[in-house]
Write a protein that binds this ligand. Structure first.
Ligand SMILES: [Fe+2]
Length: 196
């Protein structure tokens, strides 16, 4: 069963003014779709055929199959990313994530500054993640290219895509502006659902 492009969890105009429909046309409709197509082409008629996505990602990494890792990890990362945003999102976190941010960063303001800084200064293409590690602590994890917390045995809580394709249509080269706007749409409900 080949992988398929998931529908966005909202309409393409739902996150305006943070992101335009045109950004979703390209980012979801072309970039994410291309990762899915390439992953399926690489998997067809191999031992990976029929394996769950997470297993393909970890096996491809272990076997040094970079092309397959990149395309499947990007499929997973993007599918996760769309859910990290919501037209009802933004504001201060609540529930378990609020308690943990307070405990591990000393407050939401401090966390927001550190996360924004990590996302803004990540060199080249990649993703800034908030992850939950084996020591049961929150961790800001800037990862390059297609790299993903799955590969580091950490639970992903939320992420921002800082590849240029994520913001260039709406913000040109101003990555910090894009990061600033992200806080208005963070889906804290989704974040709280990621604790296993
Ligand atoms: Fe992307």
């Amino acid at each position: 069963m080949p992988f398929s492009l998931p529908d966005l969890p909202y309409t393409k105009d739902a996150l305006k003014p943070f992101l335009s429909e045109e950004t979703f046309d390209y980012h979801h409709g072309k970039h994410h779709a291309a990762y899915v197509t390439k992953a399926n082409n690489l998997i067809e008629n191999t031992d990976y055929d029929g394996m769950p996505l997470e297993e393909v990602i970890t096996r491809a990494a272990a076997q040094g199959n970079t092309g397959l890792f990149n395309n499947t990890a990007q499929h997973w990362n993007h599918s996760f990313f769309w859910n990290c945003m919501s037209p009802d999102g933004g504001g201060e976190p609540d529930g378990r994530i609020a308690t943990l941010i307070e405990r591990d960063f000393g407050g939401f303001k401090e966390f927001k500054e550190q996360f924004s800084q990590a996302a803004a200064t990540l060199f080249g293409s990649g993703w800034a993640w908030l992850a939950y590690n084996a020591e049961e602590k929150l961790e800001i994890l800037p990862l390059s290219n297609a790299d993903t917390p799955l590969h580091h045995n950490k639970t992903a809580l939320f992420t921002i895509d800082v590849w240029e394709h994520a913001y260039y249509i709406d913000y040109r080269n101003a990555r910090p502006k894009f990061i600033e706007g992200f806080w208005d749409v963070v889906n804290w409900k989704w974040v709280n659902q990621q604790f296993k």
